[in-house]
Design a protein around this ligand. Structure first.
Ligand SMILES: CSC[C@H]1O[C@H](OP(=O)(O)O)[C@H](O)[C@@H]1O
Ligand SMILES: Nc1ncnc2[nH]cnc12
Length: 306
């Protein structure tokens, strides 16, 4: 069995969101920037090592200078590039607005459901623009096995490193089109729909991770109360930035605490398997209608087209 050491595989990918532009406390080994059939990732990917030697791939979703707006993130390239490095599980971080009183700025949230308010605007499928039609299962948008593994680890790390910060689980994230924040009416509507937190970036990321058969979990950090609170000012970037640095510091600690266990679980091969194989029977297009060019493109992320 392979060792997750200096020369071992890089099984875990971390996507950093607003405020989390690097994993600077880990030892950088190299930077890579593969060109995928969907272009280049948001930023070169940094491969870093934990003290044990376990390695992790990191990409800054909005670029390291935060110069890519949420609607223009090259998500297909980010996911494809991570997959090309051998990554099997992605832990994504995101700064979110809270739609619930009990989810306070500074708190961590691991959601289990998504409401899509980005539909039709962002490229959201690897099959888009090809001769091949595929339908991924998305009823459970996050990897249940990965979520079950990380929840107790995140809780423990927060208890020791960030006392007072609460972890909320089994919540619903609303993913909206940006870059403007929501109106008060929209914010209240999302609450009525059952949304607990809101951001601009978990889609199409989670959909594309599923299509690429990668296990995907989101660790969200609340920065504000969005726009629904009566008598309070609606959210602004200044408000978000207030908690961003504290959240990013806590996120780095949490990431470091997870990577080793997730890597080892993936190495064992029987702990996180819900990503793999899920797309095997998802293609409905008759093989004779699939062009060689499109099959080659899709073989970058899925073995069934090789
Ligand atoms: C800077 S506030 C809005 C911005 O922050 C979140 O980014 P990310 O999910 O990458 O942490 C949100 O989704 C918006 O893109
Ligand atoms: N209120 C909010 N709406 C959308 N994305 C966010 N990211 C952080 N706060 C947010």
């Amino acid at each position: 069995m392979a060792e997750a050491g200096q020369d071992g595989p890089v099984l875990v990918g971390v996507i950093g969101g607003s405020g989390l532009y690097n994993l600077e406390h880990l030892t950088p080994i190299k930077e890579v920037n593969p060109e995928t059939p969907w272009g280049f990732a948001s930023s070169p990917i940094t491969i870093s090592a934990l003290p044990s030697g376990v390695r992790v791939a990191f990409v800054a979703r909005h670029g390291t200078a935060h110069n890519i707006n949420p609607s223009s993130v090259p998500t297909r390239a980010n996911i494809a590039a991570l997959k090309s490095l051998g990554v099997k599980a992605i832990i994504a971080f995101s700064a979110v607005g809270s739609l619930r009183e009990e989810i306070r700025p500074g708190d961590f949230v691991i959601p289990s459901q998504i409401i899509d308010r980005t539909k039709g605007i962002r490229p959201s499928s690897f099959f888009e623009g090809t001769s091949i039609v595929g339908h991924a299962m998305f009823g459970e948008p996050f990897s249940g096995q990965l979520v079950s593994l990380i929840e107790p680890l995140v809780k423990k790390e927060l208890e020791t490193e960030a006392p007072g910060v609460q972890l909320h689980t089994d919540k619903c994230v609303v993913v909206m089109e940006g870059p403007q924040f929501s109106t008060r009416a929209e914010s209240n509507m999302y609450r009525a729909w059952g949304g607990d937190i809101i951001n601009m970036s978990t889609l199409p990321e989670a959909k594309l991770a599923r299509e690429a058969e990668l296990s995907y979990a989101l660790i969200a950090t609340a920065t504000d109360y969005d726009s629904w609170r009566v008598g309070e000012e609606p959210v602004t970037v200044a408000e978000v930035i207030k908690t961003l640095k504290t959240n990013a510091d806590a996120s780095r600690k949490v990431a470091a605490a997870l990577i080793e266990d997730v890597s080892n679980a993936l190495l064992k091969g029987d702990v996180i398997t819900d990503g793999e194989g899920s797309m095997r029977y998802s293609v409905i297009t008759h093989e004779s209608s699939q062009t060689e060019e499109d099959k080659k493109k899709l073989s970058y992320i899925l073995p069934y087209f090789s």
